[in-house]
Design a protein around this ligand. Structure first.
Ligand SMILES: *Cc1c(COP(=O)(O)O)cnc(C)c1O
Length: 424
């Protein structure tokens, strides 16, 4: 009991921060401030990651190169614009556990989902369904529904739902669904982790089951990239897409990332929507040749990319490269574990943690359901006290302590504010 008392104190959180090997990284970010000048308790990196201090320099460099060189910046800029996206590939590939040929940074997430479905959702009369989580992110839902419709099919979306009274999907239910309906499913599209519950799925297993039934398997990693351990190449999924403005801290609406498994890298017969940036680099500016796609993910590019946005990604990736996903995940488990411990103490009948307990089945986000009070009013009250979290109707507060810039002290103060609001 004495130990518990010690753990309830601010001094204990401070001690954890002192022991934290990554504590210096917080100072590399701008932490938004409250009116009173104190930093917000920012637990919303799952929605919009904070700005690294170096991002300004990276973007200024491009503005300067544009001032000085005009069109010649394509070759003369400090980081030449023509191959700019290539500078991001290796580091981005590491974050998702892919080979460089499998990864490209282009467009934005929902756009990429459509482009990838143009290639990997090839419905036939017998096999035209798309399997997706029942509580998938709305954009993903709209995307798959519109794809089904675009191809002239109806009722083509199959849902993976949790059992009655449960929030999480059971692995065996996913397996049964694929086993039972696999012959009708053209594409399995899963969000990992699920944006609402924070549940992480076994991608390798889902890909193996799906492939055994002849389905394509795609993954939305909006909440996974920069958050959880990913091994996309080994998992064998066909494709994946993610954004860079959540855990990857690359700015609002920044350009997204794509993965296309190596086995498709030279499958030039797969239908795709083409543009000049996906064309052979040797002859791209010849402007006369028929479309000749680059091997690998790069061959799916359409446009020359927005350099100012890539510059922000470049800045952010330099931090990720420096810290490494392994160290990041190690701290993440500790930090989220601490949050879990403090929230659990408030009592199961007061607050329920929807996210899985098993640390292999979650990232840094915990989805909290307030049971003893109206959740939205609790959310509004903690917001007034400097907490930045996010509300997902009908009844969940999502909090994501990110290991790059959040502290154990952040988590401690959050738990104190929450406790006070729930008990008052
Ligand atoms: C954040 C998020 C999106 C947003 O898509 P954009 O095209 O970047 O606006 C889509 N899907 C999921 C699962 C997300 O979490």
């Amino acid at each position: 009991m004495i130990k518990n008392n010690i753990k309830d104190r601010l001094a204990y959180a401070k001690e954890l921060d002192e022991q934290d090997e990554l504590r210096a990284y917080r100072n590399q970010f701008y932490i938004p401030k409250q009116k009173n000048g104190a930093p917000h308790i920012y637990l919303c990196g799952n929605s919009l990651g904070l700005q690294p201090k170096i991002t300004n320099d990276y973007i200024q460099q491009e503005l300067k190169d544009w001032q000085n060189y005009g069109v010649d910046g394509h070759e003369k800029a400090k980081t030449p614009w023509l191959p700019y996206h290539e500078y991001l590939t290796d580091r981005m590939a590491k974050i998702v556990g892919a080979k460089p040929i499998e990864v490209v940074v282009m467009n934005t997430l929902s756009v990429n989902l459509h482009l990838l479905m143009a290639s990997f959702y090839r419905p036939t009369k017998k096999r035209y369904k798309i399997l997706i989580e029942s509580d998938a992110f709305p954009s993903d839902r709209y995307a798959v529904e519109s794809q089904v419709k675009f191809h002239g099919y109806k009722n083509g979306v199959l849902e993976l739902s949790p059992r009655k009274g449960e929030d999480l999907l059971r692995a065996e239910d996913i397996e049964t669904m694929i086993e039972k309906h696999g012959d009708e499913i053209a594409l399995i599209l899963i969000g990992c982790p699920n944006y609402y519950t924070g549940q992480v799925f076994n991608l390798k297993r889902i890909a193996a089951l799906g492939h055994a039934k002849g389905c394509m398997v795609g993954i939305d990693l909006a909440h996974g990239a920069g958050n959880i351990k990913l091994e996309l190449h080994d998992a064998q999924v066909d494709f994946a897409a993610w954004c860079t403005y959540k855990y990857l801290n690359s700015g609002p609406g920044s350009v997204g990332g794509c993965f296309i498994h190596e086995r498709h890298s030279k499958a030039f017969d797969i239908p795709r929507f083409a543009g000049w940036w996906g064309h052979n680099k040797e002859t791209r500016f010849g402007m006369r040749d028929p479309f000749n796609p680059i091997a690998g993910a790069e061959g799916w590019q359409l446009s020359n990319p927005p350099i100012l946005s890539l510059a922000a990604i470049n800045a952010s990736l330099s931090i990720f490269e420096d810290v490494g996903m392994e160290a990041l995940i190690k701290k993440s488990k500790k930090l989220t574990g601490y949050l879990e411990e403090l929230v659990t103490k408030l009592g199961q009948d007061v607050i329920e943690i929807v996210t899985p307990k098993n640390t292999e089945e979650r990232g840094c986000q915990l989805s909290l359901r307030i049971k003893s009070k109206d959740g939205k009013s609790v959310f509004d009250a903690i917001t007034r006290q400097g907490v930045v979290a996010d509300w997902r109707s009908p009844d969940v507060i999502r909090v994501a302590p990110t290991p790059l810039y959040n502290t154990f002290e952040d988590v401690y103060h959050f738990a104190q504010i929450l406790k006070k609001e729930i008990e008052n």
